[in-house]
Design a protein around this ligand. Structure first.
Ligand code: ARG
Ligand code: ZN
Length: 471
């Protein structure tokens, strides 16, 4: 407390006397970026432009070690800053000089550079580390999944902590190089383009590059034995898919779905505009979990998605996120509807295309199948709470909200909004109020009541998503 007083007195004095900033003006960056749901996620005081992740992984023991080099820019005069990370750190350097570091909270790594960082200055941060990620629990869990032949890093909102230190929040996106050495005979899957492989002394290094801004939770890493399938779409987009050799009975259904990635990207481009990235594909590791995740350019699918046969709908969902979620990312986790509502709505459009029910029919069904006293309606898709971020209502009621918007503004304007938004906000971040303002601008209509009714009210709307002329 005392210290703080002295510091502010010093900065007031330096302002008054116009003396150059002294070290006393430098403050620690905040331990969180200010997310309403996850106050400690991300960090204050700097932004990251690039991660260079260089690792070695031994599947037999789950030992992961290496370095991550972070290119950052200070956004305030910084005496100290945090990274989010879970493994054991042995060394940190900032601009070449050894830095002191300490851990705090669940996933905070506090770094004190030898020389403080002036606002606007660049910092090169090198973190050397080692760990057995599957054994490291934060908030009681690990997002690092071991498989019979390797491992996978995939999770939302958390997954980075178990394999690279970061400013872990989607509001700070960066490009990525991921280069991982594994014993010969294993493959490494990550985002973007495989720029090369080299082998020496029984180890093979795979180097991947994602050259468009990527949120930290959308970075993924998989090690294992995969069947690889590569292609190029009619538009020249490279496709890289990978299927664990251990998929057994699910292998054919997985391939019958994921091999349609190129076709489905082209189909979605008709609704959302040009595909925003330089490569696309998916991977199906041999994990027992049941979710899929829109990891940028290289979607994670669990085999369970294909347990009942082909599932093109999940592929459509995850590819829709490449526009809604990956290219246009959340500024705060409470706006998860901007991701999940639109990805589910893309599935409605696919159903319509496949003659399996129109978007209107599916929206009517969601509305009718949940009675007013169903807990389903107590979740507000526009602000569901951290515990309900991935509740069915965010997806289903969220998609019905989009059908209600379509009915309110008419097809011509609706489809202009659906394509215009990811085009205008490409590679950026956004909030629900910003989306509403955009939809109001394109449609020339006030949409406050519609958004309140469908996204921000914990009750079943009195009237369903009525099609024009159907009432
Ligand atoms: N965004 C993912 C999807 O496409 C949801 C992932 C939920 N996360 C989890 N660990 N279950 O639906
Ligand atoms: Zn989703």
């Amino acid at each position: 407390m005392r210290k703080r007083l002295i510091v502010s007195a010093a900065s007031a004095l330096s302002m008054f006397l116009a003396v150059p900033a002294s070290a006393a003006d430098f403050q620690p960056g905040a331990a969180g970026v200010g997310d309403p749901y996850y106050p400690t996620y991300g960090n204050g005081g700097y932004r990251v432009s690039h991660y260079d992740i260089r690792l070695k992984y031994q599947p037999a023991t789950d030992e992961l070690e290496g370095t991550t080099t972070i290119l950052a820019t200070a956004t305030q005069d910084l005496s100290r800053f945090n990274l989010d990370f879970a493994l054991n750190v042995s060394e940190v350097r900032v601009n070449g000089r050894p830095a002191t570091f300490a851990t705090s909270g669940e996933q905070e790594l506090e770094v004190t550079p030898a020389r403080p960082l002036a606002k606007g200055s660049q910092a090169t941060v090198v973190v050397r580390y080692k760990g057995v990620p599957s054994t490291v629990k934060k908030y009681g869990f690990t997002a690092w999944l071991r498989t019979p032949d390797g491992a996978v890093a995939a999770g939302e909102p958390e997954s980075a902590w178990w394999w690279f230190p970061s400013n872990d929040h989607p509001s700070d996106k960066a490009t990525f190089d991921v280069s991982v050495q594994v014993p010969d005979g294993n493959q490494v899957i990550s985002n973007g383009i495989l720029t090369g492989t080299t082998s020496q002394a029984g180890w093979t290094r795979y180097s991947w590059r994602e050259n468009k801004p990527q949120a930290t939770y959308l970075a993924t890493l998989a090690v294992g034995k995969f069947d690889i399938s590569t292609d190029t779409t009619a538009n020249g987009l490279p496709v890289y898919n990978a299927y664990s050799k251990g998929l057994g009975d699910n292998a054919d259904a997985a391939r019958a779905s994921v091999e349609r990635t190129g076709e489905l990207v082209d189909w979605l481009s008709g609704y959302f505009g040009d595909y925003p990235f330089s490569s696309v594909g998916g991977y199906v590791p041999n994990v027992p979990t049941g979710f899929a995740l829109e990891t940028q350019t290289r979607v994670f699918y669990s085999p369970r998605q294909f347990a009942k046969g082909a599932n093109t709908s999940v592929v459509v969902h995850e590819l829709a996120h490449q526009w809604y979620g990956d290219s246009v990312s959340l500024s705060r986790w409470s706006d998860i509807w901007l991701n999940e509502g639109f990805a589910r709505y893309a599935q409605f459009l696919w159903s319509e295309h496949e003659n399996e029910g129109t978007a209107q029919e599916l929206a009517d069904y969601v509305y009718a199948s949940h009675p007013a006293d169903d807990a389903f309606w107590t979740v507000k898709p526009g602000d569901p709470g951290a515990d309900n971020q991935f509740a069915t209502a965010v997806y289903d009621r969220g998609a019905v909200a989009i059908q209600a918007l379509r009915n309110a503004v008419g097809d011509e304007k609706f489809f202009r909004i659906l394509k215009g938004w990811p085009t205008e906000r490409r590679y950026g971040n956004a909030t629900i109020p910003e989306f509403q303002a955009y939809a109001e601008k394109v449609s020339g209509q006030k949409l406050g009541d519609l958004f309140n009714t469908w996204l921000f009210t914990a009750a079943k709307p009195a009237v369903g998503p009525v099609a024009p002329g159907a009432a």
